[in-house]
Design a protein around this ligand. Structure first.
Ligand SMILES: NC(=O)c1ccc[n+]([C@@H]2O[C@H](COP(=O)([O-])OP(=O)(O)OC[C@H]3O[C@@H](n4cnc5c(N)ncnc54)[C@H](OP(=O)(O)O)[C@@H]3O)[C@@H](O)[C@H]2O)c1
Length: 252
């Protein structure tokens, strides 16, 4: 497995789950971290417990749904630590939505966090990445970005938006020296999946997911899909004709 070393890495959604596992793994290799979430104390607590004072982690509180807040936080980050080499835009929420309890407020929360939150940070980072002619922007999407899964329509739609947005940036980024990477995880054991009451094939620990993601970023892969069996399953589901897919999906 390749590692990231001596980099300044910004992570949103660093207080739990995949973001937390990434932070812990990256801190083992002399990276300097900028850790962002709405609950600073949660991040401070695990950093203190695992690393005591001997680490370079700068912790910020920011709700990514608010553009002004993202702008203010990024300005503060630049003053206090500097422009990151790598930004992993990972903050996200998942909520179920059924036909019988439809509520557009859920759409607002999911899109503001999963899509617009990522767009707001991208807006801050891109000018600096273009100026320096380097910088790696990593966005966390999902293997569930390719179909409308029952009861997860809003979540999967937000991830489809993330994937398409990053793909379009990647094409342009090449010319400006900015690398854009899309992460597409299958099921990972976190607070987000703890609320799911359906079978989650090939569910993996967040620590394992973090190692795969870091290896992929270090190799500058374009798209990081894992685990392999879920990636294959996602391809098969994606290729199903509409009627057949709807028949199969309705059984779940
Ligand atoms: N777990 C999976 O199976 C899976 C699969 C595919 C993709 N993903 C994606 O992976 C990413 C991380 O999810 P996870 O599974 O690690 O879930 P998680 O444990 O619930 O972590 C989500 C993180 O996002 C942060 N966050 C949520 N809303 C935020 C907001 N408005 N502003 C700032 N931070 C916010 C949370 O921190 P605070 O609450 O402290 O703000 C938390 O640190 C998400 O984008 C998710 O969609 C997960």
């Amino acid at each position: 497995m390749k590692e990231l070393e001596n980099k300044r890495v910004l992570i949103t959604g660093a207080s739990s789950g995949i973001g937390k596992a990434l932070a812990i793994e990256l801190l083992k290799n002399q990276n300097e971290l900028i850790l962002i979430s709405r609950h600073k104390a949660k991040t401070e607590q695990y950093i203190q417990e695992i690393f005591q004072e001997e680490t370079r982690a700068f912790i910020y509180e920011c709700d990514v749904r608010f553009k002004e807040k993202v702008h203010e936080t990024y300005e503060k980050i630049k003053k206090e630590t500097g422009v990151p080499d790598v930004a992993i835009l990972n903050a996200g929420v998942g909520r179920e939505m059924s036909l019988t309890h439809f509520n557009s407020a859920i759409a607002e929360e999911i899109f503001q966090t999963n899509f617009l939150g990522l767009v707001y940070f991208t807006e801050q980072l891109l000018p600096d990445f273009i100026k320096t002619g380097k910088g790696i922007l990593v966005g966390v999407s999902s293997l569930a970005d390719n179909r409308g899964f029952p009861r997860s329509g809003l979540y999967t739609a937000s991830k489809a938006a993330v994937s398409i947005f990053l793909e379009s940036l990647r094409a342009e980024g090449k010319i400006k020296g900015v690398k854009i990477i899309t992460i597409k995880p299958g099921f990972v054991e976190t607070a987000l999946t703890a609320q799911n009451n359906w079978p989650m094939p090939f569910l993996m620990p967040a620590e394992r997911a973090a190692k795969i993601i870091i290896n992929g970023i270090a190799k500058e892969k374009r798209v990081i899909r894992f685990p392999l069996p879920t990636a294959i399953l996602s391809r098969i589901i994606g290729a199903m004709p509409g009627r057949f897919y709807e028949f199969v999906a309705s059984k779940f």
